[in-house]
Design a protein around this ligand. Structure first.
Ligand code: UTP
Length: 295
């Protein structure tokens, strides 16, 4: 069975990126030439996704505008002879059906995904975080590999994981793999563990495939001490109900760029800009000059 539905939660407040996110969604911040969320939509499109539900919130309407057709802009570009720029708007025509729903109160990622219950219906679906790009040179096919693992292992959930330094595990959900293989069964997972208590240094990397049973697990999962429902806790609940959860490792060549804080946002922007096929070379020269002046 092919999976055609994906959910992109974009309702978070993005407080770690204030003031940049005061009046614009963090998922719309540019990385190189494109807003972050465009990379995610293009990745999902290449993996065969046909329908995307954005779970949005207050102040996020620019995401809807970005994926909407804009006949006035297209006419303006044609009339002013800027046909070459039309290519930059090709993403508007990739044939995906976009839907939107609102998470009315920001009560965590688990709560945001629960807003997709009627969209998903009885079919398995993909969840791709709106603030995480996977891979730099070309869109990753990790979602395709997750779908394969989900189907081959008859799993309730398949999760992409990346290796992170042990001292950083407390920033992520972390899994306990049962084997060293690229695709493995997960025997436990913990949200933001202390390094000494982490079951491994393999962190959940913002891409998942779920059976619709996830929604019952979310409903049975309580709020944490911050008043949020964690998606990781709902997955853990599925595990304790005896459901099979599998992990798929991202190789080092397929890095996950998490744009949730300024340190990683700056690093990601610089990395993408420096390797831009058109502007990268000049920028590298400029940076070399800057560093030379300052040293
Ligand atoms: P984060 O965990 O980074 O949370 O969200 P956040 O609220 O956006 O950011 P901070 O912590 O205030 O800086 C990961 C993804 O889940 C979405 C976010 O939009 C982001 O794409 N999310 C998070 C929701 O949709 N709803 C929520 O309640 C929380």
């Amino acid at each position: 069975m092919s999976i055609r539905n994906a959910v992109i939660p974009v309702a978070g407040l993005g407080t770690r990126l204030l003031p940049a996110t005061k009046s614009q969604p963090k998922e719309m911040l540019p990385v190189g030439k494109r807003p972050i969320v465009q990379y995610i939509v293009e990745e999902l499109n290449l993996c065969g996704i046909e329908r995307i539900l954005f779970v949005t919130g207050r102040g996020k309407t620019s995401i809807e505008d970005h994926f909407d057709d804009d006949p006035d802009l297209i006419r303006n570009l044609r009339e002013t002879g800027k046909e070459d720029l039309l290519e930059e708007l090709q993403y508007e025509r990739i044939g995906i059906n976009y839907l939107y729903t609102r998470q009315r109160r920001q009560r965590g990622l688990g709560d945001a995904v629960l807003c997709a219950e009627s969209f998903a219906g009885t079919e398995p679906f993909v969840v791709a975080l709106g603030d995480s790009i996977i891979g730099r040179h070309r869109p990753s096919d990790i979602v395709r590999r997750l779908i394969d693992a989900f189907e081959t292992h008859d799993a309730a959930c398949a999760i992409a994981v990346e290796e992170v330094p042990r001292e950083q595990v407390s920033m992520y959900g972390v899994v306990k793999p049962e084997s060293d293989t690229d695709v493995f069964v997960i025997s436990d997972l913990v949200e933001k563990p202390a390094p000494a208590e982490a079951p491994s240094n393999w962190a959940i990397a913002g891409r998942y495939v779920f059976a619709p049973g996830l929604f019952d697990a979310i409903k049975q999962t309580g709020f944490d001490h911050r008043g949020e429902i964690q998606l990781t806790d709902a997955i853990r609940r599925m595990l304790s109900d005896g459901r099979r959860i599998v992990g798929v490792r991202l190789p080092p060549t397929e890095k996950r760029y998490d744009i949730g804080n300024f340190e990683s946002y700056f690093e990601t922007f610089v990395e993408f800009a420096l390797t831009d096929p058109v502007y990268g070379e000049k920028l590298r020269q400029h940076v070399r000059e800057l560093l030379g002046e300052n040293s």
